[in-house]
Each structure stands twice: as structure tokens, then as C-alpha cells.
Design a protein around this ligand. Structure first.
Ligand code: NCD
Length: 355
């Protein structure tokens, strides 16, 4: 009988094709990266923001730098700028959301846009309308920017192909959630002073998580060493192609990490028994003060929300102001979304150099 295929084992990188690829990836991700836009290159030549994949480090840095002014503005009493006055922003959310929808709504309003929200309950998708018809309808309303969340991976890209205005992906299925990765990068950069060279452990339901995917790409592009920590059932099968170091042992996975990013157990995307029970999941993969002691002494704890307290994270860790950046992530979310809305509408607003 042939020996069993090597699999992700406790504390070790996935072998079986992963070894050499992993070493190569590690070597390339530790190369110094310049985050400054090269001379003669446009800082952000993209019409839409559908994902982090394909963005250069300097394009990510550009959006983070742009967001800084909005962090500052949002901390003033007035919190207002009029640069999107007269523009219509449609937030078309085909999947339930509280914080992301609110964040995009606040971001648009703080920039002076007329913001309209279309929730899943109001959408004609429930009446059987096709995605293309929905796109054509949204387009006919002459929106200036459309923010879309959809439960199907790739749906946002499909709509973007059919409309005349910029489209921002607010999360599509298991695919991408680019503004979440940007707000996470901004939070890390502000707290740690850098991203390059940090060890970031992304932990939990990696298999179903668009947040994990966008963060793996964003943080890797920015020069961080990215680990993913998940039970074998929640580890994506193609993880050895993602330039990360995978672990199935939680404590080994977060050992010495500068950032511990927890993910929500995505029960709505699970069709079967991916975890034996929430209690057991918490025992092995939930972040507690005892487990956090394995990370770097000043490790930052993050979670995109909404949290399942007592499942992937214990309240005492989530609410620890010294360690947890969770509310700061929410604050950075508004600033990053203001930056994206501003940058993506510059061409329509005739901003010099963006036409
Ligand atoms: C994330 C999402 O929707 O993908 N949440 C969010 O954007 N606020 C993460 C999650 O739902 O677990």
C-alpha cells in the first residue's frame, strides 16, 4: 500500500507539494517591498474595486495613505466633507449585513453623497429577477457608484461588467472582501507602525472566509509573513498555493505572532458537520487569555465581526483594550471606505489627473 498523502499536521506546513512552493513563497514574501508609487505610474488606475488580488503594494499603500485624512476628519466634531455632493451612491446588499452596510452609508454621507440603501428584503431577486436584470436596473438609475454585497462568489464582478459606474465589492460569497482587508491593514499599520516583516496568524474558519482570502493577499503583498490556523476540516484544500504557512495546531500556529486575527465560524455557509461542536471548537481553536500567551507579548488581537463570543473568541480577550483592536477596526472601516469612494469617483468628478 502506498504511504498516505502528507496532510496539514499539527504545527507543520502542509507537505506534499507544499514544501518547495512554501519555501519559495516565504522567500519571495520576505523580500523588501517598496510601497511608494513608482515614478510615472498612476497611483490607482482601476475603475472598480472588486478584490485585493491584482493590486500592487503601492496601490494598497495609496488607499491606506488616503484613508489617514478621513481618520483625522472623523475624529473632529463636524466629520464632513462635500466632495461627493450631487453624486448618488447605491448600496445594493443582497446578503444581510449590519456593520458593513452602515459603514458604507456613513462613509458616503460624510463625503456628501446621496446614499440609497437597497437591502435583500427589498430586492426583486426574491421575485426571481436575474442578476443581469438587477444590474441593468441599477445602471438605469444613473448611480455614480454602486456598493454591492452578494452571497455568490463572483456576482459582484458580473454586475460590474454591466454598469457604467464604479463598483465596490462589499463581500461576495467566499471570494473577496477588499475593504475589510484594507481596514485591517490600516489598523495593523497604525498600531504596529508597519506591515512588512510582521507575522500575522489568521485563525478559524478560513475555508468559508472571504475576509481570510482578501487578507492573505493584502498582507502577503505588503510583506507580512502570513500563517493560517484552522482545523483540517476548515483549511482550504488549495492552501499550499496561497503563499501562507498553514497550521492545524492553534497554539503552534499563533506562537510568536505579532497579530492574531480571529475569524467568525460561518455557520450559514456550512452544509454539514465541519466542527464536532462549538464547545469542542472553542476548546481547540477559540482564543482565550491562556492561548494568547503563546503569541508575541504585545500581539494585537483582531476580529472582523460579528463575533461569536465563547466560540472563536473569549470576551475577556475581545474586550481587552490593551490587546484588542476590534473597535478600532470598525473605526478604520469608515475611513477606508471614504478613501475608496473618493478615489473611485475621481474620474467622474473630473479631478485633475484622474480623467
Ligand atoms: C465579515 C463578512 O461579512 O464577510 N463581516 C463583515 O464584513 N462585517 C465577516 C463575517 O461575516 O464573519
Amino acid at each position: 500500500m502506498p504511504p498516505p498523502m502528507p496532510r496539514a499536521s499539527a504545527g507543520h506546513p502542509v507537505a506534499g507539494g507544499g514544501g518547495a512552493a512554501y519555501q519559495r513563497a516565504l522567500m519571495s514574501s520576505s523580500l523588501p517591498r517598496s510601497a511608494a508609487t513608482p515614478d510615472g505610474v498612476h497611483p490607482f488606475p482601476h475603475r472598480h474595486l472588486l478584490g485585493i488580488a491584482g493590486l500592487h503594494a503601492w496601490e494598497i499603500s495609496f488607499l491606506l495613505d488616503e484613508a489617514e485624512q478621513w481618520v483625522a476628519l472623523n475624529r473632529t466634531p463636524t466629520k464632513h466633507d462635500d466632495r461627493l455632493a450631487g453624486l448618488t451612491q447605491i448600496n445594493a446588499f443582497f446578503e444581510n449585513s449590519t456593520r458593513t452596510l452602515l459603514s458604507f452609508e456613513i462613509a458616503g454621507k460624510r463625503l456628501g453623497a446621496d446614499v440609497v440603501n437597497m437591502g435583500v428584503a427589498q430586492s426583486s431577486v426574491k421575485k426571481g429577477e436575474t442578476l443581469i436584470d438587477t444590474a441593468v436596473t441599477l445602471n438605469a438609475m444613473r448611480s455614480d457608484v454602486i456598493v454591492i454585497r452578494h452571497d455568490a462568489s463572483g456576482a459582484v464582478g458580473l454586475i460590474a461588467d454591466k454598469v457604467d459606474c464604479p463598483v465596490l465589492n462589499a463581500g461576495d460569497g467566499r471570494h473577496e472582501h477588499p475593504t475589510q482587508a484594507l481596514l485591517d491593514a490600516l489598523t495593523i499599520r497604525r498600531r504596529k507602525g508597519k506591515i512588512a516583516g510582521l507575522t500575522v496568524a489568521i485563525c478559524g474558519d478560513v475555508l468559508h472566509s472571504r475576509v481570510a482570502r482578501s487578507n492573505i493577499i493584502a498582507l502577503g503583498t505588503m510583506g507580512a509573513q502570513v500563517r493560517v490556523v484552522a482545523p483540517p476540516t476548515l483549511m482550504p484544500p488549495a492552501i499550499d498555493r496561497m503563499s501562507v504557512e498553514p497550521f492545524t495546531d492553534f497554539e503552534k500556529g499563533i506562537a510568536g505572532a505579532d497579530v492574531v486575527m480571529m475569524l467568525r465560524l460561518q455557520r450559514e455557509r456550512m452544509a454539514g458537520g465541519f466542527v464536532p461542536s462549538e464547545r469542542e471548537y472553542h476548546a481547540f481553536h477559540g482564543l482565550t487569555p491562556e492561548k494568547l500567551a503563546h503569541a508575541a507579548p504585545d500581539a494585537l488581537v483582531m476580529h472582523p465581526g460579528p463575533m461569536n463570543r465563547g466560540v472563536e473568541i473569549t470576551s475577556s480577550v475581545a474586550d481587552d483594550p490593551q490587546r484588542s483592536a476590534i473597535t478600532e477596526q470598525v473605526e478604520m472601516g469608515v475611513a477606508v471606505r471614504m478613501a475608496c469612494l473618493d478615489v473611485l469617483t475621481r474620474s467622474r468628478r473630473g479631478v485633475e489627473g484622474w480623467a
